[in-house]
Structures are given as structure tokens and as C-alpha cells.
Design a protein around this ligand. Structure first.
Ligand SMILES: NC(=O)C1=CN([C@@H]2O[C@H](COP(=O)(O)OP(=O)(O)OC[C@H]3O[C@@H](n4cnc5c(N)ncnc54)[C@H](O)[C@@H]3O)[C@@H](O)[C@H]2O)[C@@H](O)CC1
Ligand SMILES: Nc1ncnc2c1ncn2[C@@H]1O[C@H](COP(=O)(O)OP(=O)(O)O)[C@@H](O)[C@H]1O
Ligand SMILES: [K+]
Length: 484
């Protein structure tokens, strides 16, 4: 599992450690790890031009100390101090003692073989200040390495309020920060390198499943399993107008681990033609027979209102997507908050904006995409439901604020109907008894792998390609390390 902690949590852990260690120990550890990553990015350290953009805080101190280490190995290290009067004294002294220099020439940025972004780290708030902002757009020759966080990215949320420095690599200390994992911030971070500095941290509020974590969440049938014991997932989707969404949601559900898929809706003929293994009825969730979880909404059109109402009246977990979310936004949070069985909502940014309006929050789809963690958490708390917010970084948030971010996927997944496949898949995992957080995050992980697999080295994919890739994605996750 990749763990991400807030600046406040890191600072508290740091304070506890600093009290026990000789002065400068932690920064020394951070700088040593940082210098090692930089050395690995340079063809050779000796003679390379290294530029430090140094802000006035400890982030600048880390960068200066790392540059001093590189200077001792023969690098031509220069520091551009953004606020010379408040530069980190010990860091600057170390750099000068190692033969480094200061410069005020902004062209040094373009000449450098490697730039260390030590403008601002955990202390950063808001867009880069005027002295630092121009570096966001200047041409560069070598890689930019962000110290702890790319400057201009909010460490706790990944929000980017204005100019920010795009890094090729980020070296973060002690733990990941949510802003490194969540777009738009994640797009500024490049490759992530974690340097341990010995912090004793509390449970992480934000996590990202790695391969083994996702694999551990997938159900495995036991010797005694049969189709009912494995779980039956109900899918109330599609309509005379949108039969395709039903076919796609059932396709996802068939590969989510449930033992059977029960379909109800007005696309039964299309569903059976494509998926003869589905059990179909037109009766609606209230009379469709026993299931362990309901998926309602994809392509549901006008039928979604009744399907949502009936599904919420059952005692089993409900996943609401697409038209069921539009309906829920109209009904408001009273429809889900306090329901004894769990609810999983799977909005894209536009649907999230509608749901937020139901909570009195005014944010359009673009603002949701810019504030993904906030939007997912606000919806989860407001609707008393787990929320899987789709998009370039899918975020799954529980009502208690705990969140998981997805690291698989490809932009090619932004294709009509791929969300329907995801809804079926996640609902199927719910029916096998996973919690909504586990079902949602495992589904997003598998869906992203299947999308990547389908896209191969790059090229358009269809939602059915994604569904077709799910078996391989699942089997690949289950395979012992090295099989893929
Ligand atoms: N807290 C920890 O556990 C550790 C922290 N370390 C380093 O210390 C950093 C945090 O240091 P500080 O608390 O001194 O804070 P920072 O160095 O992140 O920033 C503080 C300074 O940046 C200025 N600033 C804030 N927002 C800005 C913006 N948008 N544009 C330009 N300037 C801005 C502030 O006025 C302040 O002077 C971490 O990111 C990390 O690099 C490491 O040395 C080791 C451990
Ligand atoms: N830029 C992107 N990068 C990765 N995944 C994306 C991106 N854009 C969309 N997706 C994924 O594609 C799927 C699209 O779902 P959705 O918006 O509901 O489409 P539809 O309603 O047509 O099925 C979601 O799983 C979403 O996370
Ligand atoms: K930085």
C-alpha cells in the first residue's frame, strides 16, 4: 500500500523525532536521499551543472544540503535564492563550503543539467509567488527534481491554484503526500521516489492500492462455494432508449467475482443475446429475486427513479451510477444518509457537481475535477455513502474521510460506456461481501489495468474491450510476481 499523510501529520511526527535526535539529523537524512536520486538522474555527477531554486524554508534547506553533497562529488552547483535575506543559513553555508555559488541569473535555470525545486514544500499554500512564478514556464534542458512536493501544488489535496513547477521526479520524505497522488497535482510530480527518514506516522488518511493490495481484495471461491454463496449481483440498468448500458454493466458484473448476475430492466432481450449466462426479468428490484447487492442507473433513463427507490428499499448494498445519481441529486441526501446497508455512489465530475448542488455546494464539473479529494469527501459525508469519483485520478472516499486513490488507468478509458462496465464490476465485488471502499478501489484498479491492457501501446478502445480485458487483468493480479 502506498500511504499519504497530510502536512500536519508529518510535522507532528517530525517534532516527536526531532526531540530525540541531534540537531540537523532529519534534514541530513532527507538531503542524502535527495542527492542520491539526483545523482542517479545525471549521466555523471562530476562537472554537471546543478541549479537549486531555494525558497526561505526547510524545503530550500533540503535542496541546498543536497546540492552541497553533489558539489562535493564535483558538480557545479549554483543556488538561486528567491528571498536571499531569509535563505536557509545552514544549507547555504554547506553549499558554499562545498564550492557551490549563488547566482541571480534566471538563465541558469535553462542552462542547468538538473534543477532542484526547493522553492516550497509542506509549507506551501496557494500559487507560486511572483519571484518564483516565471520558472513554471521557462524552457529547461535537464530534469527538474521536486523536493518533497512540486512547488505550487497543494501537498494535502493536489489542488493547483496557479503557476506550479512541473517536475520530472519528486523525492518525498517520510511518506507520500496526497497531492502527489491526486490530479491535477499528480501530473506535476513525475516519477515518485520515497526517502525514509524514520518518522513514526499515524494511519494514513489517503492510500493507493498497489498490485498486491488489489490482489488481496479479490474474492477466491472456496471448495464449498456455489453460485449463490459466491454472491448474486442485481443489475437494474438500460432502458428501451439505452439498451447498450445494460449490456455493458452486465459485462462488468460478470467479471466482478459474483457467482451470478440477475438483470432487470427493459433491455432484457439485448442482455440475453449478448450474455446468455445472465438471469433476466423485467420486474424491477423489488420483485427480481434475491441478490446480495444492486447496481442501479447506467442507461436507466426514466426507469432509474423507480429502480433506485426499490433498490434502496431492499436491505442489501446499493451502487448508484449515472441516471440513478441524477435522481439522487433531486431527492437529496435524506434518501441515502442513515440507510443501514451501505451505498456506493460512482459519479463522474458532472454528476458529482449535481450531487454537490443537492448539498447546497456550488461547484461545476471543472471545479470538481480541480478539487477531487474535497468533492469526494464532501459527497461521502453529505450522502452518508462511499463515493467513487471517476476521472483522471479516481478517488474513493468513505463517509469517515478515509480515501483511496487509483493509480492504474489510461486516458483512453474516457470512452462512452466504460463507466457502465465499472459500475457492474464494482457492484459485483460488493455482492461478494467486500466493503464499498474495498469493492470500489479494487474495481477501479482492475478497470484501469484492463483499460491499459486494451489500449496496448496506445490507441482507442471501446467499453467492450475494457470488459474483455477484465479476465486478464484479474488473472494477472493473481499470478505470482514476475508472471506479468
Ligand atoms: N516536516 C518534516 O518532517 C520534514 C521536513 N523537511 C523539509 O521541510 C519542508 C517544510 O519546510 P518549512 O516548514 O520551512 O516550509 P517550506 O520550506 O515548505 O515553505 C516555507 C516558506 O515558503 C514560503 N511560501 C509559502 N507558500 C509559498 C508560495 N506559494 N510560493 C512561494 N513561497 C511560498 C513561506 O513564506 C515560507 O517562508 C518539507 O517540505 C521538507 O522539504 C525535511 O527536511 C525533513 C523532515
Ligand atoms: N483522463 C482519464 N484518465 C483515466 N481514466 C479516465 C479518464 N477519463 C475518464 N476515465 C475513466 O473512464 C470511465 C468513464 O466513465 P463515465 O464518465 O461514467 O463514462 P460513461 O458514462 O460513458 O460510461 C471512468 O472509469 C473514468 O474514471
Ligand atoms: K518543492
Amino acid at each position: 500500500m502506498r500511504h499519504a499523510h497530510t502536512a500536519e501529520q508529518v510535522r507532528a511526527a517530525e517534532a516527536a523525532l526531532i526531540a530525540r535526535l541531534p540537531e540537523g539529523t532529519l534534514m541530513g537524512r532527507a538531503a542524502a536521499g535527495l542527492a542520491a536520486v539526483c545523482a542517479g538522474l545525471l549521466p555523471r555527477v562530476y562537472g554537471s551543472r546543478v541549479l537549486v531554486l531555494a525558497g526561505s524554508g526547510d524545503n530550500g534547506g533540503d535542496a541546498l544540503l543536497a546540492a552541497a553533497r553533489l558539489a562535493r562529488r564535483g558538480a557545479r552547483a549554483e543556488a538561486l535564492l528567491l528571498d536571499p535575506a531569509r535563505a536557509h543559513a545552514a544549507g547555504l553555508a554547506a553549499l558554499l563550503a562545498a564550492g557551490g555559488r549563488t547566482t541571480a541569473d534566471p538563465d541558469a535555470f535553462t542552462r542547468a543539467d538538473l534543477v532542484l525545486d526547493g522553492i516550497v514544500g509542506l509549507g506551501g499554500r496557494g500559487p507560486l509567488r511572483p519571484a518564483a512564478a516565471p520558472f513554471a514556464t521557462l524552457p529547461r534542458r535537464g530534469p527538474v527534481v521536486a523536493v518533497d512536493v512540486p512547488s505550487g501544488v497543494d501537498p494535502d489535496t493536489g489542488e493547483v491554484a496557479g503557476p506550479a513547477l512541473r517536475a520530472d521526479a519528486t523525492v518525498c520524505f517520510g511518506t507520500h503526500k496526497p497531492g502527489l497522488l491526486i490530479d491535477p497535482g499528480a501530473r506535476y510530480a513525475g516519477t515518485l521516489h520515497l526517502v525514509g527518514i524514520g518518522l513514526d506516522l499515524p494511519p494514513a488518511p489517503v492510500e493507493a492500492l498497489q498490485r498486491a493490495d488489489a490482489a488481496a481484495l479479490l474474492p477466491v471461491p472456496g471448495a464449498e462455494s456455489d453460485k449463490y454463496r459466491r454472491g448474486v449481483v442485481g443489475v437494474a440498468a438500460g432502458s428501451a432508449r439505452y439498451p447498450g448500458a445494460a449490456v455493458l454493466a452486465v459485462a462488468g458484473a460478470l467479471y466482478g467475482g459474483a457467482g451470478a448476475v440477475r438483470y432487470t430492466g427493459h433491455a432484457a432481450a439485448e442482455v440475453v443475446r449478448r450474455h446468455p449466462e445472465a438471469l433476466v426479468t423485467e420486474d424491477g428490484p423489488a420483485r427480481a429475486g434475491r441478490v446480495q447487492a444492486w447496481v442501479v442507473g447506467p442507461g436507466g433513463g426514466a426507469d432509474a427513479e423507480r429502480a433506485l427507490r426499490e433498490a434502496l428499499d431492499t436491505g442489501v448494498p446499493v451502487l448508484a451510477d449515472a441516471d440513478a445519481l441524477t435522481e439522487l441529486a433531486r431527492l437529496g441526501p435524506a434518501a441515502t444518509a442513515g440507510r443501514p446497508a451501505p451505498v456506493l455512489l460512482t459519479p463522474h465530475a458532472g454528476e458529482a457537481a449535481r450531487l454537490l448542488a443537492g448539498l447546497g455546494e456550488d461547484a461545476d464539473a471543472e471545479q470538481v475535477a480541480a478539487r477531487r479529494l474535497w468533492a469526494a469527501r464532501r459527497l461521502a459525508a453529505g450522502y452518508g455513502a462511499t463515493v467513487l469519483l471517476k476521472g483522471s485520478t479516481t478517488v474513493v472516499a468513505d463517509p469517515d474521510g478515509r480515501a483511496r486513490v487509483n493509480t492504474t488507468g489510461t486516458g483512453w478509458l474516457g470512452t462512452a460506456g466504460s463507466g457502465d462496465v465499472l459500475a457492474g464490476l464494482a457492484g459485483s465485488l460488493l455482492a461478494t461481501g467486500r466493503t464499498p471502499l474495498d469493492a470500489g478501489s479494487a474495481a477501479a484498479h482492475l478497470h484501469g489495468l484492463a483499460g491499459r491492457e486494451a489500449a496496448g501501446r496506445g490507441g482507442p478502445i471501446t467499453a467492450l474491450d475494457v470488459a474483455a480485458g477484465l479476465h486478464g487483468a484479474w488473472a494477472g493480479l493473481r499470478a505470482p510476481d514476475g508472471d506479468r
